[in-house]
Ligand binder design. Structure first.
Ligand SMILES: [Zn+2]
Length: 89
């Protein structure tokens, strides 16, 4: 018999795939409490997704954040933004 402490928490990718499958099948989804907590944290992180310009300001090495946004910072910020957006590489 499976006990609570032995249960493995599904990965975010696994949860996302199951939710997408339920959507495609037009099925209602019920989440276990521990899965609901993971989904709540993921939704909260998604809702606070920084903009590309926010990321540029964080990653720029200059003492003053680059005014016109230097190319390496914009490039890195774009890649980070794509990851936040869930784009596959
Ligand atoms: Zn910069």
């Amino acid at each position: 018999m499976e006990t609570a402490h032995k249960r493995r928490r599904p990965s975010l990718d696994t949860i996302a795939r199951r939710l997408e499958a339920a959507f495609r099948a037009d099925r209602t989804v019920t989440l276990k409490p521990e899965t609901a907590l993971v989904v709540a944290a993921a939704v909260r992180a998604f809702a606070t997704q920084p903009t590309r310009d926010d990321i540029v300001k964080l990653v720029c090495d200059r003492k003053e954040p680059c005014e016109s946004f230097c190319y390496p910072c914009v490039s890195l910020a774009n890649r980070i933004s794509m990851l936040f957006g869930g784009e596959q590489r």
